[in-house]
Ligand binder design. Structure first.
Ligand SMILES: [Zn+2]
Length: 96
């Protein structure tokens, strides 16, 4: 037997009860069905992962380039570009 909180008075009520014994508010039945597990995203090939990482690194570089155009954000942008290049190089290195 599980306890649920009454939405009206906050008292813990047996989930089998149809109404709260304290205030008479109807008890909302908790969904009995457990949430269906999402199918795992299987990466078909390892190379795809590295391709994505290369693209991600390129994306970070683009974001960094855009950031350097913002006032006072030049160094943040440059740092972002360096990180993006590092990510892309790292992926490229492992990708072969
Ligand atoms: Zn209640």
């Amino acid at each position: 037997m599980a306890l649920v909180k009454c939405s009206e008075c906050g008292r813990e009520v047996a989930d089998r009860a149809s109404s709260c014994p304290a205030c008479g508010a109807p008890i909302q039945q908790v969904a009995k069905d457990p949430p269906k597990p999402e199918p795992p995203n299987v990466i078909e090939r390892t190379s795809k992962k590295w391709d994505g990482l290369e693209l991600g690194g390129a994306g970070i570089v683009v974001i960094g380039l855009a950031t350097t155009r913002l006032a006072g954000m030049v160094w943040v942008g440059l740092l972002t570009i360096v990180v993006g290049i590092a990510v892309a190089l790292y992926a490229w290195w492992h990708h072969g």
